[in-house]
Design a protein. Structure first.
Length: 95
């Protein structure tokens, strides 16, 4: 458990070191997540990286994957095909 948390801490610190909060891409991504109502999970999702017996490793991986699915961003609705002018005319004429 300690190794998992330490690995998570190091990766988080590294990401904060190399991420510029004033970068337009970072600002746009944050604004998009805010508009879509995506919030981070209440506790960090820590992937299991430590060497464990196979049964315990499988269990920890299943718990982690279930937590990721639970807190995943909602799926975006699929965009349909764009209607052309003929399609619009057909819809308006009822035919």
């Amino acid at each position: 458990m300690f190794l998992d948390r330490f690995d998570y801490f190091l990766r988080s610190e590294y990401a904060s070191w190399i991420t510029d909060p004033d970068d337009p891409e970072v600002k746009a991504e944050r604004a998009l997540r805010k508009r879509q109502g995506i919030k981070p999970p209440p506790q960090p999702l820590i992937p299991p990286v430590a060497w464990r017996p196979q049964s315990i490793a499988d269990f920890r991986r299943q718990v982690f994957e279930a937590a990721v699915e639970l807190h995943a961003a909602p799926a975006k609705p699929g965009r349909g095909k764009k209607l052309g002018s003929r399609d619009l005319a057909a819809l308006l004429s009822g035919g």
